[in-house]
Design a protein around this ligand. Structure first.
Ligand code: CAA
Length: 381
């Protein structure tokens, strides 16, 4: 692991813990988890015992109490090991962050602490079959049932859903109010009326668990609503602002892994009697790959640092997520190119990285939606 300029000894130690876990535990099984689309239950448990899950949640609520900046250091290393694992890990922070942002102290103790302390999983349920980029167009409803809320609808592409003990659900009490009608509600998995679909057979990040969740007259107590009715959309947007640097860090980890593999392979592989690394055409590719990964990391660090200072960072988070995701895609594609025919087979690690990278351009807001957020902010200034 190469030290990164500007980090403190404590931050390098934190990276080292995550790097060792990725190197010794995650990398050796990443290809077989991918092949079998197997959720890494045991590894998640080990990651939790090392404090690598729920990294940004406060210690008193069972988390690791890291800043978003330090969380990005950890997540890059884990994603360097396997981004499917990193996605499963970050999804817990994503699911519990709306509660940290909008809940009362009592709700935080009831809905964050038991999950985070016990190493249980939770899911962020915003996306629906007909509402992905248009989050405010969600169709799941929440009705007042007197002594409870009643939820009906379906959520799609929900990370960790098959293994989660709790769902953070966004639903509308009045669709005519659009985003102003959206609420955020905590729903325990055991509540009657919930059904979870099959683990989606994805192109990449195949060990991460992605399912549909259906709510059929699901009744939850009134005090499970986070914030006031109608606060849900803003809570979701603030959560995504805080989470996008961490997703960008996953992209940095994938890109770094691909550029390291490509660099090493280019020195070994001989054509025309010399290492292919002696060809300038290939050297330029390696130079651009390393530069793209570094630039992604710096954008990620800036957005994380701003959020840690309590500043608004919508534009910076979206820039980091957009740039890092698109860079991971191009760097992994170039890594496959450098490996040539070998890179296109499952015998070598780079084809998995290319498949994994594609999801970064889609989930937690597509690269197009990040551009929408960036452009809107620019035009407001
Ligand atoms: N922070 C606080 N408030 C915000 C905000 C933010 N970052 N962004 C918007 N808002 C507020 C606005 O100020 C506005 O408030 P007012 O009504 O008071 O003026 C309100 O929210 C509505 O904002 P917009 O008019 O901008 O809303 P919109 O409907 O045009 O949508 C969008 C904006 C950015 C496109 C949004 O829909 C969006 O982010 N879409 C992408 C959704 C997404 O990222 N989904 C990923 C799901 S999670 C996932 O993939 C994880 C997983 O499991 C793998």
């Amino acid at each position: 692991m190469v030290p990164l300029a500007g980090l403190s000894p404590e931050q390098e130690s934190l990276r080292e813990i995550a790097y060792r876990f990725a190197l010794d535990k995650i990398r050796p099984v990443a290809a077989s988890l991918d092949e079998r689309a197997e959720f890494p239950t045991g590894l998640i448990r080990e990651g939790h015992s090392l404090g690598l899950i729920n990294v940004t949640l406060p210690v008193e609520l069972g988390g690791s109490g890291l800043s978003i900046f330090d969380a990005c250091l950890v997540i890059e290393e884990i994603a360097w090991g396997c981004s499917g694992f990193a996605t499963s890990m970050v999804a817990n922070d994503l699911a519990l962050t709306p509660i940290r942002i909008g809940a009362t102290e009592d709700q935080k103790r009831r809905f964050i602490e038991p999950i985070a302390s016990a190493g249980l999983l939770a899911s962020f349920c915003l996306t629906e079959p007909g509402a992905g980029s248009d989050a405010a167009g969600l169709q799941t409803t929440v009705d007042d049932g007197g002594d409870c809320w009643i939820i009906n609808g379906a959520k799609q592409w929900i990370t960790n859903a098959g293994h989660a003990s709790q769902y953070t659900v966004f639903a509308s009490f009045d669709k005519t109010k659009k985003h102003k009608g959206i609420c955020c509600i905590v729903v325990p998995r055991t509540t009657p009326g919930i059904s979870v679909g099959h683990h989606e057979n994805k192109m990449g990040q195949r060990c991460s668990d992605t399912c549909r969740v259906t709510f059929d007259n699901v009744r939850v107590p009134k005090d499970h609503m986070i914030g006031a009715p109608g606060d849900g959309f803003k809570i979701a947007m603030q959560t995504l602002d805080a989470s996008r640097p961490m997703t960008a860090a996953i992209a940095v980890g994938i890109g770094r892994a691909a550029s390291e593999y490509a660099l090493a392979y280019s020195k070994e592989r001989k054509q025309f009697g010399v290492s292919i690394s002696t060809f300038q055409g290939l050297q330029f590719m390696l130079a651009d790959m390393a530069t793209g990964v570094d630039a992604s990391r710096l954008l990620t660090w800036r957005s994380a640092w701003l959020l840690d200072q309590g500043k608004s960072a919508s534009i910076e988070s979206s820039m980091a997520k957009r740039f890092a995701a698109d860079t991971a895609m191009s760097v992994t594609t170039d890594a496959v190119q450098i490996y040539g025919g070998y890179g296109y087979t499952k015998e070598y690690p780079v084809e998995k990285l290319m498949r994994d990278a594609k999801l970064l351009q889609i989930y937690e807001g597509t690269s197009q939606i990040q551009r929408v957020v960036i452009a809107r902010e620019l035009l407001k200034r």
